[in-house]
Design a protein around this ligand. Structure first.
Ligand SMILES: Nc1ncnc2c1ncn2[C@@H]1O[C@H](COP(=O)(O)OP(=O)(O)OP(=O)(O)O)[C@@H](O)[C@H]1O
Length: 606
């Protein structure tokens, strides 16, 4: 189908305010960047040598704070381990220059060791932390263990690592304090710009999606473990380069640079500055380090106490951080979204295949001694809309889980579009043609409608690391959902601000953006008004009958099921007790008995 422009709401009168806000926000960003550039260029003439010395070190620490913000603030991975990567970079320089002397080749060797060492350790930590089923808590514990282990290794390194005293006085780059200031400031600027471009890009929005709702990401076909591991490697390398710079400048390395105390301080700076803002942690990293340098000698214990108390106060009272709070009046704390141009995504020939879309043979599911599914045999064809009904606790949701995640079932086989899903995870099942809509609206609350839909299209279009695509392509039926529910006029609305019905419609559009062949819908009309239920019913009907999708609908609204289903399947106590047309099912004495609560599954009758 041709790419037809269907809608462009940037020209509508309602879009004038966001355009003005965007212009004002851009104006303030340019002003702030100009001030930063002046400080960076003119710093050596404005500050004395002591302050320059402190600022150079603070710039390197601020780079590490940026990496923590991208991992924690944007992706939701609370890590105490970024100090370890900072330390690897610092010790790569310190050890190489101490034992091999300083030259262009040893500097290259030290930098190569930093890059490879950080990438390898981050890859290992990612593999350990983000395997399938690992909890966020487990990942945080691993991040805590990493700096502890690394510090112990350094302490047991004897004269090679300098043990608890570290290494001092090694030869290093011969630069003036001004040159170091500009070099460190430029590195911080580069790190900030890379981070800024990344988090504003379409790929950066995926990090927020993982933070908001990782389960939904996997059901959109996104391998979140791979994304997080790749990100950890990139951020580990960035922190390592900062550590390399720090030890090359200071001529000192000590185990404290790898320790979890520094890892915790990085978290404090990010929280104080405003996590998920990038420039907040950057500014906080610099300011806290400067303040520490001046105040820690006059009040060594009180200063740490003040920092700790400030952290607690900010977490409790101002979770968005102090710097966004200070800059709120200038409109710098919010990112004004731009509405993309909606286009229809062409359907590739053969995508609407016919035949058996879903096949289950002898599927069982046990929770300990509880047998929830007892040998389910079931088939559904493309173009069919099957209503799955049964009393509460019959096993309907469990059956859907077994269809969409290979490790859910206890026995039997499931085939999606002719392919056995074996033990495959949901993100791979999605690539086989599965789309699943959950009972409660399962969306990304902090993203806009357009961003949610963009993330949903990741399977078909790799998101850019550099920019926001001004065009959003969706299959015709997903666009139909947006038009019918008027969500196409709310593309820049944040998902959490939508009504319950709009959130349900958004999730349906996200599932359809995958171009699925089998759509599982768990009570899609729960909590909707009569009009919304009718709208969704018509949409589902057209999905199956016009677009040839295989839809399996779990629904308690029997009127709706009667109107749109081509076949009804009745599940009771984990067994399919009947299937047929709606009339056959409602007239069945067995079904009447089941719904009156007086039936036992087949095989249990005397
Ligand atoms: N994780 C679990 N651990 C133990 N038992 C479970 C678990 N999940 C579901 N069950 C049990 O499995 C049975 C079937 O649950 P399921 O949610 O699949 O039923 P359902 O037909 O979807 O019910 P409803 O219509 O109320 O949503 C119930 O008895 C439930 O208590």
């Amino acid at each position: 189908m041709a790419d037809t422009s269907l809608h462009h709401n940037q020209t509508s009168p309602q879009s004038a305010a966001p355009v003005r806000a965007r212009a004002a926000s851009l104006h303030h960003v340019v002003l702030l960047a100009a001030m930063g550039a002046v400080l960076l260029v003119a710093g050596p003439w404005m500050f004395d040598t002591y302050l320059l010395n402190i600022l150079i070190k603070a710039f390197f620490f601020a780079i590490a704070a940026i990496t923590v913000d991208i991992l924690w603030g944007y992706t939701g991975y609370l890590t105490f381990g970024q100090s370890a990567f900072f330390g690897i970079g610092a010790y790569a320089a310190g050890l190489t220059f101490t034992h091999a002397g300083f030259s262009a080749s040893t500097a290259l060797l030290a930098m190569g060791t930093t890059l490879l060492g950080c990438a390898a350790v981050a890859g290992l930590v990612g593999w350990l932390s983000f395997y399938r089923g690992a909890s966020p808590f487990f990942a945080t514990v691993i991040s805590l263990v990493l700096p502890i282990v690394l510090t112990q290794l350094l302490l047991s390194g004897g004269s090679f690592t300098g043990s608890s005293s570290g290494l001092t006085g090694y030869p290093t780059f011969d630069g003036s304090i001004e040159a170091w200031y500009w070099a460190a400031g430029s590195l911080l600027t580069v790190a900030g710009v890379i981070g800024w471009v990344l988090v504003r890009s379409d790929a950066g929005r995926m990090l927020l999606a993982i933070r908001d709702n990782e389960a939904r990401c996997t059901y959109l076909g996104i391998n979140t473990s791979r994304v997080k591991t790749t990100l950890l490697i990139a951020m580990g390398v960035m922190a390592g380069i900062a550590g390399f710079g720090y030890s090359s400048f200071s001529g000192v390395v000590a185990p404290e640079l790898t320790g979890f105390a520094l890892g915790t301080e990085l978290i404090i700076w990010v929280a104080l500055g405003g996590r998920g803002t990038l420039w907040g942690p950057l500014a906080s990293g610099v300011l806290v380090n400067v303040a520490t340098a001046y105040l820690s000698s006059s009040m060594p214990f009180a200063w740490q106490l003040i920092l700790g108390a400030a952290f607690v106060v900010v977490i409790v009272l101002f979770p968005q951080g102090l710097i966004p709070l200070l800059l709120q009046p200038f409109g710098l704390s919010r990112d004004v979204a731009r509405a993309p141009l909606l286009r229809e995504r062409a359907v590739t020939p053969g995508a609407q295949a016919s035949g058996t879309a879903l096949r289950m043979r002898g599927v069982t599911k046990n929770f300990g001694a509880l047998k929830v599914l007892r040998g389910i045999d079931f088939e559904a064809q493309s173009g069919e809309l099957v209503g799955l009904i049964g009393p509460n606790g019959a096993g309907k949701t469990t059956l859907m889980r077994c269809m969409s995640d290979g490790i859910e079932r206890s026995g039997g086989t499931v085939e999606l579009c002719g392919i056995d899903i074996r033990q495959l995870p949901p993100e791979v099942c999605v690539h086989l043609g599965l789309g699943r809509k959950f009972q409660n609206a399962n969306i990304f609350e902090s993203l806009t409608v357009a961003e949610c839909l963009r993330i949903a299209g990741t399977r078909l279009e790799r998101p850019s690391l550099l920019r926001q695509n001004p065009v959003l392509q969706l299959p015709a039926y997903a666009l139909h959902v947006l038009h019918t529910t008027a969500l196409d006029h709310k593309l820049t609305t944040v998902a959490r601000d939508l009504s319950h019905g709009e959130q349900q419609a958004l999730e349906l559009a996200m599932v359809l953006a995958l171009k699925p062949r089998v759509v599982l819908l768990d009570e899609p009309t729960a909590g909707l008004t009569k009009t919304e239920r009718t709208q969704i019913g018509e949409l589902l009907s057209s999905l199956a009958h016009q677009h040839g999708l295989c839809c399996l609908l779990v629904e308690h609204d029997l009127d709706l099921v009667a109107q749109i289903s081509t076949r009804i399947v009745v599940l009771h106590q984990g067994t399919i007790v009947m299937q047929g047309s709606f009339q056959e099912v409602v007239n069945s004495p067995l079904v009447k008995t089941i719904y009156s609560g007086d039936a036992r599954p087949q095989g249990e009758h005397a």
